[in-house]
Design a protein around this ligand. Structure first.
Ligand SMILES: [Zn+2]
Length: 198
């Protein structure tokens, strides 16, 4: 689809202004492009909890992505570049679950050098402390930045036009959105897709 050489990688990892390392378009990525799969070891929620419950709260070297009620992808094991994609409140990508695998699609055309991002949609659970918003503070710089990666409670779940269109364009049969989920504060700090909390 792109006019660039097919040999040119779509993206590269480098330092991000948003946070830590990020993933950047190495050439133009057309809207609807399936950019990358979020891979890693597939484990149960219990196993993910077990793995990270002993880690310090500020340990950012965990990359957990909730697939569904059964499965969590731990990109800390056999993960790829997808684990470095930052959260943003006005993102240019989205995550789509296809047959229990997670793919990241461009929801608009992305120019070379632009940082890739998607909305982590970290879900607040009953009993989560108010400071969870700060734990997941967002510095994406978008005009509509909500200041946190936590999904607002009242907001309809990602029914943006962009998403709907991108999905149609991608011609996928995506059923559900993958969501980062935080059950407790302690656990939440380990569900931040590897972004350290600062
Ligand atoms: Zn933001």
């Amino acid at each position: 689809m792109s006019s660039a050489s097919p040999k040119t990688p779509l993206y590269k990892v480098r330092n991000s202004k948003i946070h830590g390392r990020g993933v950047f378009a190495a050439r133009r990525i057309r809207k609807g492009t399936k950019v990358i799969e979020y891979v890693g070891e597939r484990v149960s929620h219990a196993e993910a909890d077990r793995r990270y419950e002993d880690k310090a709260p500020d340990d950012n070297h965990t990359f957990l992505f909730i697939v569904d009620g059964r499965t969590v992808i731990d990109a800390g094991v056999d993960g790829n570049e997808a684990r470095f994609i930052n959260h943003a409140c006005d993102p240019n990508c989205e995550t789509v679950t296809e047959q229990r695998r997670i793919f990241i699609y461009a929801t608009r055309t992305i120019q070379p050098g632009e940082e890739l991002s998607y909305d982590y949609q970290i879900k607040r659970d009953r009993g989560d402390p108010p400071e969870l918003d700060q734990v997941f503070a967002c510095h994406c710089g978008a005009a509509n930045c909500r200041g946190t990666m936590i999904q607002p409670p009242d907001k309809p779940k990602r029914k943006s036009k962009a998403k709907t269109k991108a999905k149609a364009k991608a011609k996928t049969k995506a059923k559900t959105k993958a969501k980062a989920k935080a059950k407790t504060k302690a656990k939440a700090e380990r569900h931040a897709h590897g972004r350290s909390v600062r």
